[in-house]
Design a protein around this ligand. Structure first.
Ligand code: Q9C
Ligand code: ZN
Length: 519
């Protein structure tokens, strides 16, 4: 398909190798889904890569793309090389002493130096009430960082949380309008709610080593196990507080992310499954039915596996699937859960990249909300990766902050505000901070208004949504009219698509469709 090739160009930006490392090393760089895109990989002209190897380069702070030394703006995302993205509205923890709070002095401190200045448990008393929005964050989660041996920085980096915290405070959302809850490390017993004992031990063991790996992409350093316990504990506590009515909703700004972590395996940058642990916490705090809605661009294979045969947890995911050729390869619409959990996994698999707001909202209106209304969850967790956002170096999709706000709003209305948002992926610092701010605004009660009626699905979006509808209608009531309507739109679009060799991402109806340039 045309679109597949185009999307690869977005991702296939492995940098020329300045240090003169061998090609094997270049292959290990992040940002292109290597083994999932073998065909395209083969067509690559390695020789020309060798030729540019001597060129000096710099890596964009915002999107980690590599750029030639003589450029001052990133060719991928446009960020100025010295924009100082992490120095605007920087949030310093209240627990840090003067030195660490001073940006000037702090610039020269390494992450582990900063850690030495942290005093825990927190010296402050959390102030919460039933109407408040709580933020979960702890600077010790910044200590989880790849020990750099490769030519390219790892996308799942501490700056992600710095940028989001900075963005929220610059937008005036933090800390004035939110309360904070202190972070706590999840106990080993809690981790074993969803993970095997040996998995927990394997993660714990990494703290003895400066650098360890679970597979090629999932790194750990001395502090990763601590960060992972904190991420999990933060999600557990926020969820518990929501179910008990101590806070209205919460945003867990945590890393490492969690949704790829299986009960016995760390993978996809994830160590412990934070959202799954939050779901268990909700159940133990008295919720009977919990929903996890996962809008990270990747399928949450870990979360799905953990609750595969469990009818008390509904797992819903929208993700780039590409017929199984996009990481992690799972999440076909036909995966619906097993045993007692059959019908309690809902997958909406995008057939290609480039998917945006219109398709996400179309999926919400036509499959997700109808199912969720019937399931009627007592607690809802959003596995909120922002790697489907426009500008993301891994996702190659087009979701805007407004799209994220509308998705949050639909769930907010249904749940009367009771939502836990858990950060998963998202690798463009500008995109993730703008998206997180848009979501937080909704949590704080600011509605983004009506979904623009001009938003129409694309052929690709319609394809995925109607496939999911047909499959899910075995388990849930899906409006016959909207099913018929979708099928009509689809067959019309299909004919058009075949006749004109159109881009599958072009809108299927509405005034824009006619004006769209062809090819
Ligand atoms: N070698 C999250 O967004 N890419 N994880 C692997 C194949 C891994 C993404 C490429 C992407 C993991 C939380
Ligand atoms: Zn992801």
């Amino acid at each position: 398909m045309d679109c597949v090739k185009e999307d690869l160009e977005i991702e296939d930006v492995s940098p020329p190798n300045a240090e003169g490392k061998d090609l094997e090393d270049t292959k290990q760089t992040y940002g292109h889904e290597g083994e999932w895109m073998d065909e395209e990989e083969d067509g690559k002209d390695w020789k020309s890569d060798v030729n540019v190897e001597i060129m000096a380069e710099w890596f964009c702070t915002n999107c980690i793309d590599s750029n030639p030394d003589d450029e001052s703006c990133c060719g991928q995302c446009g960020e100025h090389r010295n924009s100082g993205i992490l120095e605007q509205g920087y949030l310093a923890s209240r627990d840090l002493p003067e030195k660490a709070n001073d940006m000037e002095q702090r610039k020269d401190m390494s992450d582990s130096e900063i850690k030495l200045h942290l005093t825990f448990p927190p010296l402050w008393t959390p102030q919460t009430d039933a109407a408040s929005t709580a933020i979960g964050f702890d600077e010790r989660m910044l200590l989880h960082s790849e020990v750099q041996t490769k030519s390219h920085p790892h996308p799942e980096r501490p700056d992600r949380l710095r940028a989001i915290m900075g963005g929220l405070s610059a937008a005036g959302l933090f800390s004035g309008l939110c309360c904070m809850i202190p972070s706590r490390e999840a106990t080993l017993a809690e981790l074993e709610w969803v993970h095997s004992h040996s998995h927990v031990e394997a993660v714990e063991a990494t703290s003895l080593h400066e650098a360890s790996y679970f597979g090629r992409d999932t790194y750990a350093n001395n502090y990763s196990a601590l960060a992972a316990r904190l991420a999990a504990g933060t999600c557990i506590d926020l969820m518990t507080a929501i179910v008990k009515g101590q806070i209205l909703n919460g945003f867990a700004l945590v890393r490492p992310p969690g949704h790829h972590a299986l009960s016995a395996t760390a993978m996809g940058f994830c160590l412990h499954n934070n959202a799954a642990l939050a779901a268990k916490a909700a159940l133990s705090a008295g919720a009977k039915k919990v929903m996890i809605i996962d809008w990270d661009v990747h399928h949450g294979n870990g979360t799905q596996e953990i609750f595969d045969s469990d009818s008390s947890v509904l797992y819903v995911s929208l993700h780039r699937h590409q017929a199984g050729f996009f990481y992690p390869g799972t999440g076909a619409a036909s995966e619906v859960g097993i045993k007692d959990g059959e019908g309690f996994s809902v997958n909406i698999p995008w057939p290609c990249g480039g998917i945006g707001d219109e398709d996400y909202l179309f999926a919400f209106q036509n499959v997700i909300m109808p199912i969720v209304e019937q399931f009627a969850p007592d607690a809802t967790i959003i596995s909120a990766g922002f790697d489907a956002a426009k500008g993301d170096p891994l996702g190659g999709c087009q979701v805007t902050p407004s799209g994220y706000a509308h998705m949050t709003q639909l769930l907010y209305s249904l749940m009367k505000g009771k939502l836990l948002v858990v950060l998963e992926g998202g690798y463009n610092l500008r995109s993730i901070s703008a998206s997180a701010a848009a979501v937080l605004k909704v949590l704080l009660g600011v509605s983004p208004g009506e979904i623009p009626p001009s938003w129409q699905p694309t052929f690709a979006g319609l394809l995925a949504v109607s496939e999911a509808c047909v499959i899910q209608s075995r388990y849930w009531k899906i409006d016959r009219m909207s099913l018929l309507n979708m099928q009509m739109l689809l067959s019309a679009a299909e004919t058009k698509f075949k006749e004109n060799k159109n881009d599958p991402r072009q809108p299927v109806s509405g005034p824009q469709a006619e004006d769209q340039p062809q090819g």
